[in-house]
Design a protein around this ligand. Sequence first.
Ligand code: UGA
Length: 443
Amino acid sequence: MKVAIFGTGYVGLVTGTCLAEIGHDVTCVDVDTAKIDGLKRGVLPIYEPGLEPLVVNNHRAGRLHFTTDAATAISGNEIIFIAVGTPPDEDGSADLKYVVEVARTIGRHLQTPAIVVNKSTVPVGTAGLVNDAIARELEARGASIDFEVVSNPEFLKEGAAVEDCMHPDRIVIGARDEKAVESLKKLYGPFVRNHDRFVVMDVASAELTKYAANAMLATKISFMNEIANIAERVGADVEMVRQGIGSDPRIGWQFIYPGAGYGGSCFPKDVQALTRTAQQHGYQPQLLNAVEEVNERQKSHLFELIKRHYGDSLAGKTFAVWGLAFKPNTDDMRAASSRRLMEHLWDAGAKVKAFDPEAAKEARRIYGNRKDLQVCDAMDDALEGADALVVVTEWRQFRSPDLKALKAALGDAVVFDGRNLYSPKDMEDAGLAYYGIGRGRSI
Ligand code: UGA
């Protein structure tokens, strides 16, 4: 099938590439010329495991095209995806200006009937706005062309996006029109050949499903962070508690890891946007408010532990920070807990030596050449001359450090473990002062 995808961010680029991989003819469109030129040369704007060879191979095979020319992209394509960003605006609502702009562009250039698929995370009611924007542009040029707007939210995780796209656990389709549903089933069919993973529903329910999924996952994390905070006060170990509850299938093992708070481009923004939607409809969502509040507090928790250890004497100290990305296997630092931590440390007059396997470039881009930040090329380099180590992201290579070397390298022999990677007993045996999240009395 012939497909156009507006937006070459995580969602658009991964979806487009995977659709090309299963044999569709895909054109990815973006307004960013540098991005599109880079993609044509095989230079990806993001780091995502397994994506680069797929982009290069499918581009070479002539199934994956990149362009800034919206008119060419729209012409003759039967399915047009909108996968542009919906950043939060000032009050936390999703800002739909990019989505609506793409809708207008589609309306201006549409020549043949098409299904317009909303893949961006958009509040309930957006399909209607997209529909109206396209219809207005068609009317303005006196054209009458059939089109149908469908909601098809994306559930891929950064760091595992290609795998998630190739093997989706469900494909939610919100549509009024049976023919549009059948087209999308045909498009995605090869991903789900042996299982019926399509969940078909009305448009509003599909739009809300996306927010409900992310809000539920964020709720699990904030819940565990709350339990961790209680554990610290009552002298319990939240890691034991986690193991004690995860085997109950009603609770499940996933997303019950306490830590430095959830970050990324999705949970913080989507919890806020769902809260605003509820409020706009006259409902005060108490649980969602609490999920966000707990997370905001949790993002400062590592710094609170550091302050508790050092009191007010942080000025002049140097902290090695392992992990800058908001989670492993990505270079994305949007709403990353590392940022909150470093900013607190800098405000207190401390210095940071940071290492991340993928996010070094991004950190340099965000923070420029600050004197109190040194971005290191190796995890051991970050330890040199540091007083303490703070682990913020659970990259695999941080899991079994040489504890003797850690003890020797760190001036104050203190480890703050924001992801509970280490055993408190091993740390104690190695002579390192250890602070985890929710692991016994640290308050
Ligand atoms: C999230 C969802 O998991 C995807 O299903 C969804 O498609 C995506 O948002 C989206 O809306 O596009 P993502 O933001 O890539 O995916 O990352 P997650 O793996 O969900 O992690 C989010 C944050 O939660 C990270 O900061 C991670 O460290 C934190 N987390 C996760 C915890 O603190 N504890 C856990 O147990 C799990």
